[in-house]
Write a protein that binds this ligand. Structure first.
Ligand code: HEM
Ligand SMILES: *[C@@H]1O[C@H](CO)[C@@H](O)[C@H](O)[C@H]1NC(C)=O
Ligand SMILES: *[C@@H]1O[C@H](CO)[C@@H](O)[C@H](O)[C@H]1NC(C)=O
Length: 478
């Protein structure tokens, strides 16, 4: 599998690389991108063979992003996902004539994650977070507890998100076997980059059996017993019922894909936001104070003995917390935006330049290079919790070469492939952090280095930390 790569660079130089499958090529790509940036005056042209005849063009200059993003018609995203996602999650391809109308219906169901639909989701998530915290973490004697921060964040968020999206077991309360489900999920998730790279699943050890187990969790007869299921999942289940050619296992695989979409990035994103706040006690205190202020404005004096509720409107006002979350997304996200050309055309980049694109060619944006660009973000490796706030309001002017950028933060993709769960995701991370800061004293254990991002997932979303971080926490009494 060789892909010919064409990097479009600000000063107009281009380069072609040979890519190997999976991680190695991504390392090279990112490494090269950084190095080339430093030598940007040099016109680099290395060529290579391309066996499939397909070109892959990376647009590296963020000032050119709008030209690509607005080409929704000629540059399609879903052709690519429909090749990759079905084989990754184990359902039959959705586009094409087998399931007439299914694609559009699925697409429309994404609305149920947004707008007014966020209100019940927010309420339900708040209750579920409180439930998990109360039963697992707030029942102790008030002494210090120790743990791994990734493990802590991901177990709470996995379960609360699951309950919010899929609903509760028949008798209410919590599902049995959540830890086992999460362990299987992690096993699958470790193999995710290989699956996305289209490595056949039978080459990946027990991955197929693990995936089978995960999928079987969502069989219709099982899901029918759950209550308080989100409207989003109920709607999807109804849609699948309308397509006779979908077997029960296929429907379950679709539901499983949503599990990956809803927690695959959210868990590491929650970890990074929490970790960065804990690593800067003054940032943590500022954010905690903001939460207390918003509660007090609503007439609530926080008391750790009681359950707290923050409304959607109150969450929206937490601008420093939102900035801290955005800042951690900036530092941890490495998703690639991929488009496939639907016809031969000249892609106009700016007044002087255009590139000839042939039907089937791939155009890619790799926003990580913009997120870590020192021209755009001063001292880009440093976490500054208030980087996205200016004079008490959201800061939106970021520029490069003296020109204001339309796109400067893209953890959720762009244009037609924007993540439909982005509002829910930021909301739930906010809720988690609010509860954490309100109910607990938290400290990182001494003598640990900042965990590096594990780049085996570069290109696919939020990077996991290379290792977990030890921390201690204690219930607050006042
Ligand atoms: C911090 C958390 C999250 C991040 C960083 C994230 C990021 C992304 C990105 C980058 C894409 C586009 C993929 C591409 O362009 O190739 C995407 C798609 C998607 N995301 Fe998210 N996501 C997050 C959380 C969520 C949540 C919580 C949900 C649902 C509850 C969700 C549901 C989806 C779905 C259904 C798609 C597919 C959209 C389509 O096919 O058009 N995401 N996400
Ligand atoms: C069920 O979901 C609604 C929002 O859709 C929420 O307000 C309510 O608290 C949930 N009930 C339970 C028992 O979780
Ligand atoms: C955070 O980023 C999202 C987009 O990812 C944006 O909609 C929101 O306004 C940003 N908020 C702040 C405070 O930067």
């Amino acid at each position: 599998m060789f892909i010919r790569l064409h990097l479009i660079w600000s000063p107009g130089c281009s380069t072609v690389l040979v890519l190997e499958p999976v991680a190695a090529w991504k390392e090279r790509l990112v490494g090269d991108a950084v190095r080339r940036r430093q030598e940007s005056q040099v016109d680099l042209r290395c060529s290579s063979v391309c066996s499939s005849g397909k070109y892959m063009t990376f647009i590296m200059d963020p000032l050119l992003y709008p030209s690509v993003i607005k080409q929704g018609r000629q540059l399609d995203f879903h052709e690519f996902t429909d090749k990759v996602a079905p084989r990754t999650f184990g359902y039959p391809p959705v586009l094409g004539s087998t399931f007439p109308g299914l694609w559009e219906q699925v697409k429309r169901s994404f609305q149920l994650l947004q707008g007014d639909h966020l209100l019940p989701l927010t309420e339900s998530m708040m209750g579920n977070l409180m439930l998990v915290f109360r039963q697992d973490q707030l029942d102790g004697d008030g002494g210090w507890r120790r743990g791994g921060l990734y493990d802590f964040c991901s177990s709470v968020m996995f379960e609360a998100t699951f309950l919010t999206i899929y609903g509760k077991p028949a008798g209410g309360g919590r599902h049995r076997g959540m830890d086992a489900l999460r362990k299987d999920f992690n096993k699958f998730d470790d193999m995710f980059p290989f699956l996305i790279a289209q490595i056949p699943i039978w080459l990946l050890g027990r991955t197929k059996a693990v995936r089978q187990k995960l999928i079987s969790y969502f069989l219709p007869q099982q899901m029918r017993q759950w209550s308080n299921t989100s409207q989003f999942i109920r709607r999807r289940a109804e849609l699948f019922e309308q397509h006779d050619q979908l077997k029960d296992a296929d429907k379950a695989a679709h539901h499983f894909a949503i599990l990956w979409a809803s927690v695959g990035n959210t868990l590491p994103a929650t970890f990074w936001a929490t970790y960065f706040l804990l690593s800067q006690p003054e940032a943590l205190e500022a954010v905690r104070q903001e939460v207390l202020d918003v509660l007090r404005d609503g007439g609530v004096d926080f008391n750790p003995g009681r359950d707290v509720i923050l409304s959607k409107e109150q969450l929206d006002r937490l601008i420093f917390l939102e900035s801290a979350i955005n800042e951690s997304l900036r530092l941890s996200s490495a998703s690639m935006n991929i488009r496939v050309a639907q016809e031969d055309f000249a892609l106009r980049l700016d007044n002087e330049r255009s590139v000839g694109v042939r039907k089937g060619d791939v155009i890619a944006l790799y926003p990580q290079s913009l997120h870590l660009d020192p021209d755009i973000y001063e001292d880009p490796q440093t976490f500054r919790f208030d980087r996205f706030v200016q004079d008490g309001r959201e800061k939106t002017d970021f520029s490069k070469d003296g020109q204001k950028l339309r796109y400067y933060l893209m953890p959720f993709g762009s244009g037609s492939s924007m993540c439909p769960g982005r509002y829910f995701a930021v909301n739930e991370i906010k809720q988690f952090i609010c509860l954490l800061l309100l109910y607990f004293h938290l400290q990182l254990e001494d003598g640990q280095n900042r965990p590096g991002p594990d780049s085996s997932r570069a290109g696919l979303g939020i990077l996991l930390p290379s290792s977990d971080v030890r921390f201690r926490y204690r219930q607050r009494t006042v």
